[in-house]
Design a binder for this molecule. Structure first.
Ligand code: BJW
Ligand code: ZN
Length: 242
């Protein structure tokens, strides 16, 4: 059925979450933290309050995640999405990749023009002068890293209670409202406003598909909910079409 949806649509919107990077070896956001981080709750660390209270701790948490992600490679799920984008665009069709992931593995897999709803931990911003730049050094020599102006730098990610980049969210909303097919991949569909995109697409009449080993709050809303991993299923679904 998914192959039929893919053939019939000329506009596809894809929303990805941490599950898509799981098969690259990057733990999902809500996965139990290991080692030194086991006693911290990611839902609390990913807040402006945690950074205000203990910027060094939060900086070290992100640095550790940057280090892990630098050691990982895009998996067959990322690569299948890159191929799907190339195929759609070559045929003059619309393809929008919306990600909640901050690891940039989609870009490393060759995806282009994607919408990063929650920013990325490869860009850091000065909390004093606002200067923003890519930071590829891993690990940082000091925590938190400092700006030339003397200010403290923070990761350019969206924490709980912060607003998403307005133009990125507007573009994602527009893609969900106007697509013929919406794919929700590897996300728990718990975090708003990203979690609403699938329902927006369904309400606007799009076909909707979810791939996740677990049921999510989106599952009852979609046309097809497949229990499995994106690294295994995406290449299979896409190659079986050819
Ligand atoms: C696999 C797999 C495999 C495993 N293959 N799958 C409306 C109602 C209630 C609350 C709110 C609301 N609107 C806003 C809020 C508050 C809040 C919110 O949503 N809270 C909920 C928790 C209830 N939202 C916000 O604060 C947002 N801001 C906002 O809305 O501003 C306006 C506003 C503010 C305040 C009040 C009202 C309005 C900002 C949200 C920012 C989220 N940021 C984070 C951190 C980014 C930096 C970092 O990574 O550290 O983004 S939180 C975290 O969750 C991260 C993720 O991108 C995001 C989504 O998680 P994701 O990707 O779904 O990962 P997991 O771990 O949850 O799930 C992984 C899934 O993969 C699982 O389902 C597995 O089964 C699956 N899986 N292996 C496929 N191999
Ligand atoms: Zn500065």
């Amino acid at each position: 059925m998914i192959r039929g949806f893919l053939r019939e649509t000329d506009a596809i919107a894809v929303l990805t979450g941490a599950g898509v990077s799981a098969e690259s070896g990057i733990p999902t956001f809500r996965d139990a933290q290991t080692g030194l981080w086991a006693r911290y709750d990611p839902m609390e660390l990913a807040t402006p309050q945690a950074f205000a209270r203990d910027p060094a701790l939060v900086s070290r948490w992100y640095d550790e995640r940057r280090r892990k992600s630098a050691d990982c490679e895009p998996n067959p799920g990322h690569l299948a999405l890159t191929r799907l984008q190339e195929e759609f665009e070559a045929a003059g069709k619309h393809f929008t990749l919306i990600t909640q992931n901050v690891d940039r593995l989609h870009q490393r897999a060759g995806s282009r023009g994607l919408l990063e709803l929650h920013g990325t931990f490869w860009v850091w911003r000065c909390t004093s002068c606002g200067e923003e730049r890519e930071e590829w050094e891993v690990p940082f020599p000091e925590h938190p890293p400092r700006c030339q102006c003397g200010g403290t730098r923070r990761p350019s990610v969206v924490w709980f209670g912060e607003t998403l980049p307005e133009s990125v969210l507007a573009a994602a909303w527009q893609a969900a409202e106007h697509c013929g097919l919406f794919l929700s991949l590897g996300t728990s569909s718990l975090v708003e406003p990203a979690a609403s995109l699938g329902r927006v697409a369904a309400a606007a009449g799009a076909k909707t598909v979810e791939i996740n080993p677990q049921e999510t709050p989106l599952s009852p809303w979609v046309d097809v909910s497949v229990r499995g991993t994106t690294g295994k299923l995406l290449p299979t679904i896409l190659s079986a079409r050819e």
